[in-house]
Design a protein around this ligand. Structure first.
Ligand code: ADE
Length: 250
């Protein structure tokens, strides 16, 4: 899979390209990341300006559509998917990430200033992606986030395909809590069931912990879930603990 990142700040990606799981995938060829400096396509010989005022007034500046189109012409191939990172886009989620794992060639546009001239978006961009309902100073961090989320799902990028598929959101609920050594830390012990060696009990504990985390942090995800009797009982217990002061004795 190839990602081409078009940005005014390619240097922001330098550490990202060589670090951790993504760094390894870049090194072994599983992922290719090409950085393109938007300023190289400026028509302005002096300051290499790429931005201009907004028609109709308003704060900030916009990236010039001619510069954007020129840059795209130099990187686009047949089958490329062109994505603009913008707070005015579709909110990135698991389903969208999964769809992008099918693409071979993704071109990511990182906006700056007030964003892009609308004609570039309409005529040249296949998708507009936002990473959340807040505004950042540019699309570079959203682009890194996009590459992380999509890249790590590509076969061979993580240690095993197992690790990507058993994670949060794969079955629409959060993962269970995790513990490592030491067994006692800061007055709290690892839940005894996890060191019992009893596989069935451990499996049940993990499911209950998962439900608990989802109930507390992302309750809306439980709406789509089909729960069995045991799981419903568990949820009622969590509810009682949180809102009625009851605690499980076992
Ligand atoms: N650029 C600025 N804010 C953004 C956001 N929330 N998502 C994607 N790109 C952005």
């Amino acid at each position: 899979m190839r990602f081409t990142v078009v940005t005014l700040f390619p240097e922001l990606f330098e550490k990202f390209l060589y670090t951790g799981v993504i760094g390894k995938a870049v090194k072994n060829g599983g992922i290719e990341i090409k950085l393109v400096n938007l300023r190289d396509f400026s028509e302005d010989r002096g300051y290499k300006r790429v931005d201009d005022y907004v028609y109709g007034g308003g704060p900030g500046m916009l990236i010039n559509p001619v510069v954007l189109a020129k840059s795209l012409k130099s990187v686009k191939k047949r089958g490329s998917r062109v994505v603009a990172l913008t707070p005015k886009g579709r909110l990135l989620n698991r389903a969208i990430v999964d769809q992008y794992t099918e693409c071979r060639d993704i071109i990511l546009y990182c906006g700056r200033y007030e964003g892009y001239d609308e004609r570039f978006l309409i005529n040249h961009v296949d998708d507009r992606i936002s990473i959340g309902d807040y505004v950042l100073t540019g699309g570079e961090i959203p682009a890194m986030l996009f590459i992380e989320a999509v890249g790590r799902k590509i076969k061979g990028v993580l240690g095993s395909t197992e690790s990507a598929s058993s994670e949060s959101f794969e079955d629409y609920i959060l993962e269970e809590s995790h513990y490592t050594r030491p067994e006692k830390y800061s007055g709290d012990s690892v839940p005894p069931v996890l060191i019992s060696g009893h596989h069935k009990k451990i499996k049940n504990w993990k499911r209950a912990s998962s439900l608990r985390n989802t109930y507390i942090f992302r309750p809306e995800l439980l709406k789509n879930l089909k729960l069995n009797k045991e799981e419903l009982k568990e949820l009622k217990q969590i509810y009682k603990e949180r809102y009625c002061g009851h605690h499980k004795t076992d």
